[in-house]
Each structure stands twice: as C-alpha cells, then as structure tokens.
Design a protein around this ligand. Structure first.
Ligand SMILES: NC(=O)c1ccc[n+]([C@@H]2O[C@H](COP(=O)([O-])OP(=O)(O)OC[C@H]3O[C@@H](n4cnc5c(N)ncnc54)[C@H](O)[C@@H]3O)[C@@H](O)[C@H]2O)c1
Length: 393
C-alpha cells in the first residue's frame, strides 16, 4: 500500500516544536509534509521556518486552513484555544502535555501562590469539558502527546500486564530535573501550576495508563483514579535556600517539589514524585509492583551505554543526555534519547491514526484524568495533604 502523506502545521517554535519536527523525519508508515509554522514570537517562528525550509505563517487561522493536523507546541495556556480552533475546522490536534489547566483570572499580577485552588480545579474541569465537546463535534480528534505512554519500557510493561493478567498493587515513579528551560514556565499564568503539573503529569499519566491497561485486559473496563493526597513545595524560594549555581531558582509563583499519593477505585495505589531540584541529568523512572512481577522502567537515564571521559573538553561537541551538569567522568550517554523517551513512537502512532484510523494509546479521557487528578492534588496540598476525591472521565 502506498504511504499516505499528511499536510502538517506546527504551532510554537521552541523546545517541543524542535523535537516534534525531528521525529516527523523518522515516520515510516506515513510521510509528513510540514507546510509551515506559527508562533507568538514571530522572530522565533521565522528562524524555525528558515532552518527547516518551511513557511512562517502570520496567523494561526491561515496555518490551520493550510493543513490536516496541527502540533500544539505552545505553553499550556494556549493548548485549549489552539486545539479547539483546529477541531472546529476538522483538523487533528496533536497536543503536548499537559492537556489544559487553569491559568489565572487574566490579571497581569495573578499570583499562583495565593488564590483558592478549588477555583483552579473547577476551571480546569470546565476546560476539559469544552475540549471533549469540541472533539465530539469534530470529524478529527485530539492526539494527546504524553510521550511516557509510548516509551518502549512502558510499552513493554503494557505487554507484560496484558499477557500475564497482572494486578498492579503499587506504582511509584518520578520525573526530576534541575529546572525547566522555558522562561514562561516560572509563572502559573502560563504553565497552569508548577512542577506537580509540568513534570508530574508524565509519571502520573503513565501510572493512570497502566491501571487502565490492567482493567481493560481483565474485564474490559479501565481502573480509574479515585482519590489523591498531595504535598507541593517551593524549595528554591524558601528564604534560606542557598543558590550554588546549579539549579534554576527564578520561579515566580510555582512549586518545584511535589508528591501525589493516588488511590485507585480497586484500592491499589501510586506515588508520584516530581521536582526541579535534582542534579545529575533528568531522572525519569517508573516502578511497578504487581502480584506476579516487578518492573523498573528506566526512561532516563538508562544503562544502554556507559562512558568514562577523563576530560570535559573531549566531549564539548557531543550531546550525551538531557540536563547533565558535566560530561567529565562516568556518564550514561543515551545512544538515542528520543527513542527511549517515546517521542518518535508517539508521532508514528498519531500519524497512523490520522492516515489509517489506527488506535492510539492516549485517549483524551486519559489526558483529562491526569488534569483532574493534578488539580485535585493542588486542592489537597492547600489542605496540608487531606484526601480529595477525583472526578474521572
Ligand atoms: N513531552 C515533553 O517531554 C515536553 C518537553 C518540553 C515541553 N513540553 C511541552 O511543550 C509545550 C511547549 O513547551 P516548550 O518547552 O516548547 O516551550 P518554549 O517556550 O520553548 O516554546 C513555546 C513556543 O510557543 C510560542 N507561543 C507562545 N504562546 C503562543 C500562542 N498563544 N500561540 C502560538 N504560539 C505561542 C512561543 O512563541 C514559542 O515559540 C508545553 O506544553 C510543554 O509542557 C513537552
């Protein structure tokens, strides 16, 4: 069968737009004809377009009209608006994580530290409902880009659960960095929260996904999250934090450390850490304790390769692994970091869904459950960790 070619547009021209584009070059079941890019920062869009020989559009509407699918690679504050516009014109929307959220009351001086978090939960749930309604009306759909779900170690775990009928008793996992590179991330009004949503969404969604897989394999219905207790802290903003120059510490009104304890409807549990205070390269892993096996899914770092480098300068032109502080001494260079992270696999799945209607692993309900759980977690944190019931989708 001849490969289908899909006309594609990228919205945003930063970090995510860069890896989305490079993964499109690795598609094998379809071909992406990347028509152009639109970004709020016109200069950045022009450079992105020039580097790739594509067109920089001066309006989102014009880009949407020219393509069949848009990649929503904007800060979270623009996800809903961009995706809903695309869906309204029957264009597919590949939406980066987190799906949506609450971004304040529109005031420039909105402060994420001090407003009542129930408001965030209510608004985030309303945003989810608008997205789900737009999707229901559209001939196209949302393709939720949570790469952890497509990471090879998580997909291997899916196979184990499905083929052995596992019951997952406890999942624990973590996404930890030494800080975000995106300037807007420091502000709740652009990010919709701090590390609990920005990084916590990754291991949380993988945990929610695996419990779905377990339920679907056993009796045809997903096992949903029921309640969450959580704590979040702003450790780099405590007055006695001592900045040694290794950890980003210019956050305005967001958390940089968080823990969510999720109870599922079958009584089993997950503990999800997320932080922006950890040195030594990003630390992304998920451990599954099941009734018939135990798995440790190492997303980053992993030991596919271990290298000893006696002098920093030898590796000055060599990328090893994300956010590593030094390349001297022993390190674990990732031979294909995108692959271990699940980026090319998610793009392959999405383009097959668009072209051939193949199923995907990240339905909008999974993305919605992640958002619902996280904003319930912010409500819990406001009440010093009291348990909050989760509305699932
Ligand atoms: N899956 C992952 O591993 C991963 C990694 C990084 C970022 N992300 C996600 O990707 C998204 C973008 O993050 P980033 O790190 O690329 O940010 P970034 O700051 O590097 O880039 C954001 C881009 O969006 C543009 N933009 C801002 N507002 C816009 C709007 N209203 N309309 C159109 N363009 C707009 C900016 O001009 C910029 O080009 C976020 O949702 C983030 O959570 C995912």
């Amino acid at each position: 069968m001849a490969k289908k070619t899909i006309r594609t547009g990228i919205v945003g021209a930063g970090f995510a737009a860069t890896f989305h584009y490079s993964c499109l070059q690795r598609l094998y079941g379809t071909t992406a004809d990347v028509v152009g890019v639109f970004a709020a920062d016109a200069g950045q869009a022009a450079q992105y377009a020039k580097d790739r020989g594509i067109r920089a559009f001066d309006s989102l509407d014009a880009l949407i009209d020219a393509v069949e699918v848009v990649h929503v690679c904007t800060p979270p504050v623009a996800h809903e608006e961009t995706a809903v516009k695309a869906l309204a014109r029957d264009r597919f929307a590949i939406v980066e994580k987190p799906l949506t959220g609450y971004f304040g009351d529109g005031r420039a001086d909105f402060n994420g530290d001090t407003f009542p978090k129930q408001r965030a939960l209510d608004h985030a749930l309303a945003s989810i409902e608008r997205i789900i309604a737009a999707e229901a009306k559209s001939k196209a759909r949302i393709l939720y880009a949570e790469n952890w779900v497509y990471a090879p170690s998580i997909q291997k775990e899916r196979e184990i659960i499905e083929k052995t009928g596992s019951q997952i008793l406890w999942i624990h996992g973590e996404e930890a960095h030494s800080g975000s590179h995106a300037a807007t991330y420091a502000y709740w009004k652009f990010s919709g929260g701090g590390v609990m949503i920005g990084k916590g969404c990754h291991p949380l969604t993988a945990a929610l996904y695996l419990k779905r897989v377990e339920g679907l394999a056993r009796d045809g219905r997903p096992i949903k999250p029921k309640a969450v207790s959580a704590r979040a802290h702003a450790i780099t903003r405590i007055p006695n934090f001592r900045d040694a120059g290794h950890i980003r510490c210019d956050y305005h009104d967001i958390d940089d450390f968080s823990l969510m304890h999720v109870v599922f409807e079958d009584g089993t549990v997950a503990d999800i850490f997320a932080s922006d205070i950890v040195l030594g390269g990003i630390h992304n892993w998920l451990e599954v304790a099941a009734n018939n096996h135990r798995s440790l899914c190492n997303i980053n770092p992993n030991t596919a390769m271990q290298t000893y480098n006696p002098r920093e300068e030898y590796f000055k032109d060599i990328y090893t692994v994300e956010k590593i502080g030094t390349k001297q001494g022993w390190s674990c260079p990732s031979p294909d970091e995108d692959w271990f992270t699940g980026y090319p696999q998610e793009m392959e799945a999405f383009y097959r869904a668009i072209a051939y209607n193949d199923p995907i692993e990240t339905p909008t309900a999974l993305a919605a459950d992640c958002i619902s759980t996280i904003y319930c977690a912010y409500v819990s944190n406001e009440n010093h960790g009291a348990e909050v019931p989760i509305r699932s989708f």
